[in-house]
Design a protein around this ligand. Sequence first.
Ligand code: PMP
Length: 427
Amino acid sequence: MSHSESLFEEAQKYIPGGVNSPVRAFRGVGGTPIFFKHAEGAYLYDEDDRRYIDYIGSWGPMILGHSDQRIKDALHAQVDLGVGYGAPTAIETEMAKKVCELVPSIDLVRMVNSGTEATMSAIRLARGYTGRDKIVKFEGCYHGHVDSLLVKAGSGALTLGVPNSPGIPASLAEHTLTLDYNDLDSVRETFSRMGDEIAAIIVEPVAGNMNCIPPAPGFLEGLREVCDEHGTVLIFDEVMTGFRVSLGGAQGLYGITPDLTALGKIIGGGLPVGAFGGKREIMEHISPLGPVYQAGTLSGNPLAMAAGLTTLNAISEPGFHDRLTEKTSKLLNGLKEAAKASGIALTVQQAGAAMFGLFFTDEPSVSSFGQVMNCDVERFKKFFQGMLSEGVYLAPSAFEAGFTSAALSDADIDHTIEAARKVMATL
Ligand code: PMP
């Protein structure tokens, strides 16, 4: 029995399913989850001292790679000053200023502790601001485990077959209208019937929780128009895409200005952080300026701010995202070639600098939830397990986007492509 297997057995005695977040349990791919001991640069090291090239990056935050010296130094310095005060600090303002500079649609920003808190608060704010109850989301998009948003959700909810979670009152879920991603006609049709009752549209501007689906040309523009016509708040959930697809996120990449933005992952540099922000006029409705209540004991925690701000400063270096774009393209071209060599139908999709999707399908491009559901999940599982035994750690689900990091070397990417060649030949 491997160390990971025995640790998993022990974990299951005390933790539901042995994990603190469901996708980690490997239910989407079978087998035993790997337990990790340490991580450095592009690599994760497991409890059996095996090394893996990492394409998950702690589900997004680690765009610099693991154990970056700059982050470690910032954290050590802050630890010496105290780990939290529950009172204002200079570093929070520095962080807020940096976010407002990088994401021009954000005039004011509030720090929270997770992506879930960020979307939950943005939805409450949109409802409080408009005085309306209904919201629109898209099938297969995941916005954290917020009650109103766990309706036809993606990510682990999709992987585990529970897109509509029990425990959410029907009287709440009925206010969530779920439409098809990239289908602007259905959005227009819905708004023509009830647009003036809809507080917000929340959307992943690149869908990353049903694999990786970029917005169809005109989709985000159309959402902006519809929201303007109906006084509806447009919320971009950039928890995943923020600072990843480009320095200014998906809104910077595609040139669309949302009213509110939810952030997470990279903004915390690996520590638990989220944020939501946007137009001054809307954000001024948040407590203590306005009546929409929102708070957090640990919000703006100085350790989390130190890791996050250091990350944002590092990725602001000129050329950072261009270099990542090249790395990601090199990886995807290589994987495509590897599949071709074995006659395997594989479609690859890249969103901006550091986000990608692999689809086992004959379709030349994948732009809808329906197409994602038609991909060959069984083949993905075999591919995943094969890559794992070759020392490559991909997301353990056919419905998650992949992430590249600045720590990946050309040799790491070559190793990954070589591994894929071997594995594809066995599929
Ligand atoms: N929104 C998106 C787009 C996400 O991908 C996630 C998490 N993967 C969340 C929200 C929720 O973030 P958290 O897990 O930090 O609560």
